[in-house]
Structures are given as C-alpha cells and as structure tokens.
Design a protein around this ligand. Sequence first.
Ligand code: SF4
Length: 227
Amino acid sequence: MADTKLKRKPAPGHVLQLVLYSDLVTQIQDLAPEYAHVVLGNRERFSFRLAEYAAYARGARERLEKFVIDPPTTRPIPCSTCDLCRWREHCSGIWREEDSLFEVAGITKVQVAKLEAEGISTLQALSEFGGPVRHMATETLGKLNAQSRLQQDRKSGSPSYELRTRQPGKGFDLLPRPIAVICFMTLRETHTTKRMGPMAWNTCTGSGTERNSLHFGPMIGWRKDRR
Ligand code: SF4
C-alpha cells in the first residue's frame, strides 16, 4: 500500500493514516498488508512495517472515538500549528474574551500552568500579582508581570512603558558607544506579532559620556499614529 505526499519528509500523521487505510483494506480483502509506503514530494519512498505501528494507531483512534462520542470540557491552548488552523479566529476570540494568560506576549504553556496553579488565570490578575509562584524563577515572573502590566495599561489608554534596569553586557550595553548625531532605536512589541498589537519604541541618544541617558517618551505611540 502506498500513499503520495507533497512533503519531503515522512510525518507521524502519514503513518497513522496508512494504518487506518490498511485496516479498511483488510476488511475488504480479508488479508492484512504487511508494509506501507509513503512516496514523498522528492520521489523518495519511506517504507514501514504496519505491525510495528498498528497498536499505537488503533489506540489513538479509540481515544478519538471516545472523545467524539462523549466530549469532555476542552479549552484552546496555543500550539505551533495555530497559524495554520481554521479555528484560529475562534480560539483567539476566546482568549481575548477570557482575558486569558495566553494573551501575555511571550508566555509559554508551562508558565501558564504554573500561574494557574497559584490561582492566577487572567492577564489582569497577573498584572496585579506580586508573587511568588512555585517552580518559577523570580526573574521570569518579573518579566511576565511587567509584560502583562504594559498590556493591561494598553487596554485602557495609550501605550505605557517601563524602564528596565541596566544589565551590564546586555541590551543597550551591546550597542556601539553613542555620539551626539546618532539615535539608537529598538522596536519591541507589547503584544503578539500575529495580532500586530501596539509597539513600544526604546531610544537611546546622547554623547559618549551620556551613555545611560534614555529618552522613551517621544516615540511612544508613533506607530499608532501612522495607521
Ligand atoms: S487555533 Fe487550532 S490548533 Fe490553535 S488552539 Fe485553536 S484549535 Fe487548537
């Protein structure tokens, strides 16, 4: 049994699909195929022994059937395929409506789970939370807390900003020494890229001896005005 795919590498889903096909063919011809083949977009052939994958594939299929017959309560959790998913608008709407922690730019699933275990389940709650959180580094919590504060402020007004403590060897410290006629500027999003949220601009100007002089205000809101 062979199936053609445009992909150049075999994927787990291909194997699951071919195990299903083999079960259906077995019902018709009363004889189970021994091997299946995925013919890839580059014409290479990936062959595998169906018996090595059948138990797992059938188990996964049973779990899916049980889920469809008696669906439990579910919630959308962002993953790497959200951008390709036809439900993405629907799920984004839920996250927005719930003021979900998943709305915090840069947050991970694991971090959301740790925060929820502490009873923090919304962006607003995180923005007001002082900590600590079990199994989360103080620095990580500080970053998430600051990010959620900026986004929370943005909901009710113009973008706000917070000055970050200077860290030797990081951030602006990596820039060449500024001179009077040069303006260094970094662009930092305060929301997820795909939703194109507000931007915060950080600028650093000054002469060599004024390296720590940071001026943020004038650029805030620039992007908003350009829309
Ligand atoms: S967009 Fe699709 S993949 Fe992402 S959480 Fe929703 S249903 Fe799951």
